[in-house]
Each structure stands twice: as C-alpha cells, then as structure tokens.
Write a protein of this length. Structure first.
Lengths: 336, 336
C-alpha cells in the first residue's frame, strides 16, 4: 500500500487547502429563507482549488503545479505505479509545493457556465496520444510500468471538465493564486502550458516556468505568428498576443521538456504526429522568446540521451531523473 | 498564508493518492489508432479517489474520511478560516488518514452515467441549511468565523456531482477502499452517513463509525421502519435493509454527533427543521442498533454543553474540542 518511502520521513511545517480567484453570480430578487428558490441567491464559481505543503526549512520560492487536460492535481501526486510524484519529490528537495485543480475541474468544479458530461470512451486514444505505446502494444523502451493495475490507475486519473475549458478563466485564477503565494516557480503540464504563459504575463510573481510537454496555447507577438501546422491529429495554430504582453515572457527563465517516441518528420501515426507539431511549434516559440531578449530553452529528452518518456514525464519510471534535470535548471537560474 | 502551525512540525512517513473501485464501460467494435472513435474503446468510471498520509509511528487503525453532499475531501482539510482541519489534526494524533473524493465528485469525476451541471445559486440556502445562521444573520453563538473571506472560502468549497448520486456506487467503491486499507475507522459527514452504513455492512474492515450529522440513508431492518418524518424542509423517510444486513452494524462501535441551533420541536424555519427530523430519526436508528445488540451512541452537542456548532462540526471554531471528543470515544473503544 504505502510505497515510495525510499527517502525517509518528510517533515511538514504546514499544510492545507483553499480556493482563490473566481467570480460570483447573483440572481435578482429576494431570498425567502423558508421557500428557497433561485431569487436572491448567489453562486460562487470559476475559482481554482489549491492544496499546499510547506516543508521544514523551506527554500524561498514555492513551486505551483498546474495539471493538463482531463487531469487534476492528481497528476503530481503518486505515479500510476504508486511511487512518489513531483509533489513529494520537490517537497523532499525543500520547496513549498502548491497543487492546483484548475477552475471547472476536480475539486474546483463549480462552473459559472453549464455543461453536459458524458462517459466518453477515450482510454485507447489516451494510451496512444500520451505515448505509452500504440494500443495495445507498449513502446519497447517506454518508461511506464506494465502491470495491468498501473494502466488502470492511469486511466482512473482522468476527470472531466465541469464547464467549458477557458484559458482566460484559468489564468485569472492562477494570477490570483500567485498574488497569494508571492514570488514562485510555475510547473505546467500539457494543456496547462497555455494558461501558464498567460499567468506569467499577468503576474510578476511568476519567477520561472518549467513546462512539461505544453500542448496548446502557443502565443506569439502580433505580426510574428508562424504558419499553422497540420498533423495526423489535426492542425496546431499559434495564437496572437500584443508585443507588450509577449515581452513579459522575456523577464523570466523558461524551460520546456518533451519526451520520447515521436518523430520529427510527419507520420500517419496520430498519437505521435500530435507531438511532432507541438515540439516544432515549441521550438519556434522558444526562438521567438529569445529573439525578444528572453531566456527560454527547449529540451527534447532523447537528444540528451533520456529515453522512453511518455507525455507524463513527472510520473514516468525515471521521474527522479527528470526531477534532477529540473533541479539543475533551477540551481543554474539561482531559483533554489 | 500558512496558518494553523500551532502544534509544531508534522512528520510524514508516506503520502500519495490512488483510485479504487469503479467499473469499466466498453464500446463494441475495433479501435482504429489513427481514426479514433468510440468503437473499441473503454471508459473507466465510478471509482473513488483517495489521498493518504501516514505519520511516523502510526497507530494501528487508519481513519478514512468521507465527505457529504456538494463537497469533496476538501471538507476535512483546512477550515474555511484557514486553520487545520481533521485531516491534519488526526495525523497529529498519530492516525494514518485517507481522504476520499467519492465516485462522481471532485477528482473522481468520471461517471458512467451522463449528467448536466448548471450553476445553481444555493449560497443562501447553504448558509441556512448548514446552520451558520438565518441569512443574512449569523447565529449569536455560532462557531463560525465572521470575516467575509471565511464565508467566501466556505461557499467555494462546494463542488457539484458529475453524475447521479448513488449510495450503492459509493459504498461499492468504499468497500474496495477498505479492502485496500485493511481494518480502519470510518468518519462520515452529512450525506456520507448513508453510504457509510452500507460500507460497514459490506466490509468487515470497518471497525468503527464516527458520523458527523448524518443527513440521509437511515436504514432499518425490514418490518421495523419508523414512520417517515415531515418537516419544513421536506419529508425524511427511513430505508429498509434485511435483518442480516442490519445486524452487521451491531458488530462495531458507532457514534453520531449533531451540533447546535435547531429545536427538538417543529419550527417553520426550514434550515433548522431539516435537522430536527434528522436528529429524531438518528435517535430511533441508534435505538434500533442497540436493540439488536449493537453499540451505538448519539451525542447532541448542546446537551453536553458544547454550543454553537454548525453542520460542519469538523471545521468549526471549536474543531479541536470536537476532535478531542472523538479521540476520547476512540480511546474508550480501544481503537487508538
């Protein structure tokens, strides 16, 4: 049951949770306490939920971790095979850690906009798209445990949107979170990449971004947008922001990591081609940030000899090695 | 930010999260990796999500905490005014603690049955029904901090069902959780009371139940059902189980707590009358358990001089006092 206790006990100075950001809807009329209806009542929604832990003798900058699509803060907790995820690994490295459920997801489920949720069968698509393999085969070198119960845990880490996905709503709440945490480092995963850039534009408290396989929301300055990139998984289009907004991204160090098992040339394999264009767009994005005087870097892990990573780098079998790469980056940038 | 560090550091031996229970839906047909559709794909849903922490030198029996309606594991974390909730208070008391998001709620959002979620304004109803006061006035003695940001946190702890509420689905997943934890103590809140009794019937690993203001699912043996109880908040009806099932509840110690600010005589005040009938039904329930040879007890807190508690006893200003009552109960039953 309690695996992963490989590094001895963990001493926590404080832990807890809260909501931040969001809006309030109000229905006109007066509230009748004994015949309650919508009239005169309010609804709090579109906030995010955060769980924080502060270790003893903490480093100065906390790390805020934002999950990707179909996921929650669960992404950063235990790995699917039950080892320690980045929440606990970075606590052990001395950082206060904040895990977010973004607005309209997980425990931050109250959405100001209605939605319908259906049990959509996506397991096999996720297996392919998140590069565990090509269903039903695992990639030979994949850093994913092959016990059936591990795959089951992976599939059960999925949780739906409880309202329409809206990067602006997410980055509004994330900015409110950074106002509360003070200066901090932002980790994003996948779909979280886009709202992550927007949060750094909005909040001067974002002191660095570590983006794991950003999947959408690649923003470029007006007039500098590269062409959209077609792929077997659809077309990836860049998005425009103002020059002034874009240049806020040049104030902080940024590193982007992508894993293994997708080609740099087009392939009809949908699950892999999806990442070919994302890697290519991310390279252009890094170039754009640096052209404007920024400090961005892209690490395609196979190029440095780190093989077999899925889309969930922070949960892979070599996640301690990935954490070590991140730690070295943070040390180099004097953020630890 | 980091309040509640009143008791010194907390040493954690292991922490993490997982899913347990649930079912798998499968769509007939064959999956085409490069043209993915529903055909041949599966969907994992109706599991629960649990986050666990094990302190150093833990007591033998973990505590599993199950939230109520419109809530998630969030209920047991920080209080709305930012103090330590029962998760951390009972970790400090040496218990491994498991916090649950029940199936179709929070991070266990994948439901096998579709639903529509709408932003339903309920804040004022919750204020009344959870006995913070009679909107917009607080009860004079209420154990709830009056800062506006505290009420805002309370309202933002609400999160919707992502599928139809189903006590059987919940108790199935809870039974699977207790199979995994081994013998353990169950804490339930409000709507969690009903699935809690069902879990104890299903799983011999439930060694005691501490129920905070159970709100529904009062089960009686066939032929021994008391009359339904009308109230200003609707009618509360008992539910039937077999004699054999009911008698499984007589194997374990059970304690039920109810708070303050509702009368024992009928009142037109909806938010209070709701609890009048629940207290009355719970008394009949405790009598039935004990009549069958069980060990159940009901504590109406004002009767022992503990005043001002809302429906969220575990988060109230006097939550350390409530924790102390629970600890004494567990010690008396040799469960600590």
């Amino acid at each position: 049951m309690h695996r992963g206790n490989v590094s001895g006990p963990l001493t926590i100075q404080a832990q807890g949770s809260f909501a931040v950001g969001g809006t309030v809807l109000k229905t006109p009329g007066s509230y009748d306490n004994n015949k309650p209806a919508a009239a005169g009542q309010s609804f709090h929604g579109d906030h995010l939920y955060a769980f924080y832990q502060v270790p003893q003798n903490p480093k100065a900058l906390p790390i805020v971790m934002l999950h990707g699509a179909f996921q929650s803060a669960r992404s950063w907790e235990s790995t699917s095979d039950g080892r320690e995820g980045f929440q606990t690994l970075f606590l052990r490295r001395g950082f206060p850690v904040y895990l977010v459920d973004q607005p309209r997801r997980g425990r931050a489920g109250n959405s100001t906009i209605a939605t319908t949720i259906e049990p959509t069968p996506n397991d096999q698509l996720f297996f392919d798209q998140f590069r565990i393999g090509k269903w039903p085969s695992y990639f030979d070198n994949v850093q994913f445990d092959r016990k059936p119960e591990t795959l089951e845990q992976f599939f059960r880490s999925v949780t739906p949107n409880t309202g329409p996905y809206d990067a602006a709503v997410i980055s509004d709440a994330m900015s409110a979170l950074f106002a509360k945490t003070g200066p901090a480092i932002l980790f994003t995963h996948s779909q979280g990449g886009g709202p992550g850039w927007l949060t750094a534009i909005r909040s001067p408290n974002v002191k660095a971004i570590v983006a794991f396989e950003p999947g959408s929301g690649f923003i470029f300055p007006q007039g500098e947008l590269p062409p959209a990139m077609p792929s077997a998984a659809g077309t990836l289009a860049p998005e425009a922001v103002s020059q002034a907004e874009f240049e806020k991204l040049t104030r902080i160090p940024i590193v982007i990591y992508y894993g293994d098992n997708f080609p740099v040339e087009p392939t009809p394999e949908r699950g892999q081609d999806n990442w070919r264009v994302r890697l290519a767009m991310a390279r252009l994005w890094v170039d754009a940030v640096n052209r404007h005087g920024g400090d961005a870097r892209l690490v395609h892990l196979p190029e440095i000899g780190v093989r077999g990573n899925t889309h969930f780098l922070m949960s892979d079998l070599n996640n301690v090695e990935i954490a070590e790469l991140v730690s070295k980056f943070l040390a180099e940038k004097k953020l630890d």
